[in-house]
Design a protein around this ligand. Structure first.
Ligand code: IMP
Ligand code: MG
Length: 180
């Protein structure tokens, strides 16, 4: 099935796991003695999130947020809707937001603004992928897995129209899949 929709493999499972371990160990070091809340942005970050937190040896807690994405398209509208907020309070806490990809930056910018109103002690961003060429609003990413070019990618949690999240690696979607 993958071969029919993918133009090429961009990042292999091995490359992903190696990088995830590096990020986890960096976070572990930076947050030594702390108990951060790791906020996963549903649904795209789920595979990355579960791999990442398993390798962070800290007394962390988990929470999740769901925000609107592109629907069936490949371009952000600039409007971000909160579908599900986190359950816990972040006042006075160290927060790490885990996202699949920062593209236009609208989603992360909105989350950072929202969290900023809740008086956390600190907020950092961990994104598996960064597509800087598409940025429309500036976002500071503290932990980046990989930078990618301006291509639409799927797999390892990332979807197109809800599909392909379960592909275990990251691939470039064939243009004909989203242009038809
Ligand atoms: P932004 O608000 O434009 O930064 O968009 C971020 C969201 O768009 C991500 O969390 C993804 O859900 C989605 N997205 C952006 N680029 C891609 C891509 O190449 N593949 C799959 N989803 C993407
Ligand atoms: Mg997303």
């Amino acid at each position: 099935m993958y071969n029919e929709v993918l133009e090429k493999t961009l990042i292999t499972e091995e490359q992903i796991q190696k990088r995830v371990t590096e990020l986890a160990k960096q976070i572990e070091k930076d947050y030594a003695g702390k108990a951060p809340i790791i906020v996963g942005v549903l649904k795209g970050s789920v595979l990355f999130y579960t791999d990442l937190i398993r390798q962070i040896d800290l007394p962390l807690t988990v929470d999740f947020m769901s925000i609107s994405s592109y629907g069936a398209g490949v371009n952000s509208s600039g409007e971000v809707k909160i579908i599900k907020d986190i359950d816990g309070k972040i006042g006075g806490k160290d927060v790490i937001i885990v996202e699949d990809i920062v593209d236009s930056g609208y989603s992360m910018n909105c989350l950072l603004k929202l969290f900023g109103t809740r008086s956390p002690k600190s907020v950092k961003v961990c994104a598996l992928l960064d597509k800087p060429s598409r940025r429309e609003v500036p976002v500071k990413i503290d932990y980046t897995g990989f930078q990618v070019a301006n291509e639409f990618v799927v797999g390892y949690g990332l979807d197109y129209d809800g599909l392909y999240r379960n592909i275990p690696f990251i691939g470039v979607l064939k243009k004909e899949v989203y242009e038809k």
